[in-house]
Design a protein around this ligand. Structure first.
Ligand code: ATP
Ligand code: MG
Length: 183
């Protein structure tokens, strides 16, 4: 199974210093006091996967994700985040490891990379298509979404579970081939 092995962040929100956050396969719990940067970790993941909404990133404008300084530290000019995915099962192409990166500069310039090669957001979206990953997949469930899932009617909840399980693409394909048979 593909799993997130490491997040490298520099200049992203509270991560002023270059940080390498390592994960093992299995369950990891992140604990810490309020405001210590736990949610900034999931924000970093969403961001690299192509999040375009400043509001979803909990800011007013996208530039707000760049470290904006503290009493004794000057602000940074850019934010850079890489996700290093273990790809032993070759779900995401032929390499044992896949590195996805996104940079944003105060000038507004923004760049994406796949395995250190300059890429477009579309390439990242396509890479994750059908893999159950990606920014709209249910791999990040926010506090609000937990409520939504609990309050959903059974049919809606089934849809959410089917999407998370990757059943939707098979349903769509079935629907497409049935349509062709009818023609
Ligand atoms: P809680 O337990 O309350 O959910 P948390 O551990 O999830 O807290 P985060 O929301 O991840 O905390 O982190 C918030 C911190 O990140 C705040 O201290 C905020 O000042 C800091 N922060 C956010 N954006 C920036 C930025 N651009 N530059 C510097 N610090 C930032
Ligand atoms: Mg939080």
């Amino acid at each position: 199974m593909v799993f997130l092995r490491q997040i490298d962040a520099h200049g992203f929100k509270s991560f002023a210093d270059k940080v390498n956050i390592k994960f093992d396969s299995g369950v990891t719990a992140v604990v810490g006091p309020n405001g210590s940067g736990k949610s900034n970790i999931t924000d970093a993941i969403r961001w690299v996967l192509g999040e375009q909404s400043a509001r979803v990133m909990r800011g007013a404008k996208m530039e707000d994700i760049i470290f904006d300084g503290t009493e004794n530290r000057t602000p940074m000019n850019y934010a850079s985040v890489s996700l290093i995915l273990n790809n032993d099962d070759r779900v995401l192409g032929e390499s044992a490891e896949v590195v996805i990166s996104r940079n944003l500069y105060r000038s507004g310039d923004s760049e994406y990379f796949i395995n250190n090669e300059k890429s477009k957001l579309k390439d990242i979206t396509e890479l994750f298509l059908d893999s159950g990953l990606g920014k709209n997949a249910y791999n990040i469930i926010s506090q609000g979404q937990v409520d939504e899932i609990l309050k959903a009617k059974p049919v809606e909840r089934r849809k959410i579970i089917e999407e998370a399980a990757g059943v939707m693409k098979y349903k769509n394909r079935k629907h497409e081939s049935e349509k062709r048979l009818d023609e």
